[in-house]
Design a binder for this molecule. Structure first.
Ligand code: HEC
Length: 117
């Protein structure tokens, strides 16, 4: 009897885990689609042109020798947010007080759309 109950519990646990994995996968897909939203990318393109292009290059085109080529930035969105908000090494200025999270989301969408492998 107890053994039966245990295998039931295992089956239920497995089912719940599968559902959770499926939910997580869907959420990921939705988040990625949000990054690819053309309106978002366009918004980011404008924010970039106004605030970032004089250092990181017009349309992100730069050699990457002095200032990083953002088209080569990793897919780490959390790192992108902290870097943009706090700046880096006193060379990259902090934007936390100047740009809203929404604007930084737009920047992320734009940069993601231009990413080079
Ligand atoms: C005054 C010039 C300047 C401006 C303006 C500027 N950056 Fe930077 N940025 C830099 C420099 C220099 C670095 C490299 C810092 C270091 O690591 O020493 C950098 C680094 C970065 C990095 C990290 C890159 C990497 O490969 O690790 C990101 C992301 C970034 N900038 C995004 C932005 C965004 C988005 C904007 C516009 C909101 C912006 N930057 C505006 C100069 C600038």
């Amino acid at each position: 009897m107890t053994e039966r109950r245990a295998s039931w519990a295992a089956a239920v646990f497995a089912a719940v885990t599968l559902v959770l994995i499926a939910l997580l996968a869907t959420e990921r897909a939705t988040a990625q689609n949000a990054d690819a939203d053309p309106a978002r990318i366009d918004q980011g393109k404008h924010t970039y042109a106004e605030n970032c292009s004089h250092c990181h290059g017009f349309n992100m085109v730069n050699s990457g020798a002095v200032v990083p080529d953002l088209r080569r930035f990793s897919g780490d969105k959390a790192l992108f947010f902290t870097t943009v908000k706090n700046g880096r090494n006193n060379r990259m200025p902090p934007w936390g007080d100047l740009l809203s999270d929404d604007q930084i989301e737009g920047l992320w969408a734009y940069i993601s759309s231009q990413r080079k492998p």
